[in-house]
Design a protein around this ligand. Sequence first.
Ligand code: ADP
Ligand code: MG
Ligand code: MG
Length: 252
Amino acid sequence: MLEIKNLHVKLEDEDKVILKGVNLTVEAGKVHAIMGPNGSGKSTLSYVLSGRGGYVVTDGSATMDGHELLGMEPEERAAAGLFLAFQYPVEIPGVGNMTFLRTALNAQRKARGEDEISAGDFLKLVREKAKALKIDADMMKRPVNVGFSGGEKKRNEILQMAILEPKMCILDETDSGLDVDALKLVSDGVNALRDAGRSFLVITHYQRLLDHITPDVVHIMANGRIVKTGGPELALEVEKNGYADLLDAEAV
Ligand code: ADP
Ligand code: MG
Ligand code: MG
C-alpha cells in the first residue's frame, strides 16, 4: 500500500535536516503505529506525505500502490486515496460542512475521472455514514469546525474519512492529548473503518491511544529515522520504561 524508502527531508528555509533516511512499508489492511520522543520527525513525515510546503525532499521515495506520491499536488494525493487527519483541524467560517465535504468528494471523483455526486445522493450518503458512526448529522449544517468542541472536530474528521473512503489514513495525534472521550471517539471511528483494503498510520507520542486501537506493527522513530520495529508489545514497553531505555539499548 504505502512504501517509504530512504526518505530524506530538510527544511526549505534552513539547512536543517529532519528526516534522515526513513524506511517504512505499510501493507493493505494493516494498522501501523509510529511512536517516538518529541522532535523526532513524526509530524514532518505526515506533512511531507500530505504535500505540505516548507519541506524539501533531498532523497528517497514514497509510493502508494506503486505510484510516487512526492511529486503530486495535495489533491492528487487525496484522489490516490491518501487522507491526513490534522492534529488541529482548521476552522472555515462561512463554509458549511456539507458543502465543504461535497466539494472534497467531488474533487476526488473528478481527479479519478468519475461523475460528480448529486446533492440528493450526497445527502443520502452523509446520513447513512453518520448513522453508522453514531454522529449527529446536524453537525453537517454548521460552518466547518467553527465553534466545534475538540470532540466534535474529531467526530467530523472520522465522518470525512468515512465519506471519502481513503485507502491510506494517516492520523497525527496531539502530544498534549485528547481527553478520554475524544480518544474513544477517534478509536471507535478508526476501528469501525478498519478494512482489508484500508491501512492506517497512527502517529502518537503516548501509548494510551494504542490501548483502543490495537496496531499490527509499532515503529519507534528517533532523530529522523525509524530505529525499532515490533508488535503491539513495543508500545507497552515504551509505556513502562519510556523512550530513553529503548533508545539507549539501540545505540549499543
Ligand atoms: P515530532 O512530531 O516527532 O514531535 P516534528 O516533525 O514536529 O517532530 O519536528 C522534528 C524536528 O524538526 C524538531 O526539531 C522541530 O523543531 C523541527 N521542525 C519541524 N518543522 C519545522 C519548521 N517548519 N521550522 C523549524 N523547525 C522545524
Ligand atoms: Mg512534537
Ligand atoms: Mg508531532
